[in-house]
Design a binder for this molecule. Structure first.
Ligand code: AMP
Length: 114
């Protein structure tokens, strides 16, 4: 989608520290990390957020979760635990309106989140 930051990263128009990619998704380090491991997993296809996902995209959603798990394992986040976060909408803190899963690991995470 034109003017979408994450579409531009997916298409290689904006640089990012990519940790994983395949034909369906790409994962890269968050530019403003809030944990030692902070990776964003996004579909290549533009979807504005989890609320916009359709039943036809069920397999894609599952793929994103499995990729997130694989990255957590590969980056060493699995031993002490990790968190996957999906912000949907302004009040939840969503700032980029292209679906993304935050993978957070490497420190003790508080609950409830702020
Ligand atoms: P959210 O607030 O859930 O929409 O998350 C958006 C995330 O994208 C934030 O954690 C930002 O730090 C991150 N972000 C914004 N621009 C970039 C970028 N160019 N490269 C990597 N991460 C980014």
């Amino acid at each position: 989608m034109k003017d979408c930051l994450f579409c531009k990263i997916s298409q290689g128009e904006i640089p990012a520290q990519i940790v994983y990619e395949d034909d369906q998704c790409i994962a890269f380090r968050d530019v403003n990390p809030v944990a030692p491991i902070h990776v964003l997993i996004i579909p290549r296809e533009h979807i504005s957020g989890i609320a916009a996902v359709t039943n036809a995209q069920q397999a894609l959603l599952g793929h994103l979760l499995l990729v997130a798990r694989r990255i957590a394992q590969d980056l060493g986040g699995e031993e002490n635990g990790y968190r996957l976060v999906l912000n949907n909408g302004v009040q939840a803190g969503q700032t980029v309106f292209h679906l993304h899963i935050h993978l957070l690991a490497g420190r003790q995470l508080g609950w409830p989140p702020g």
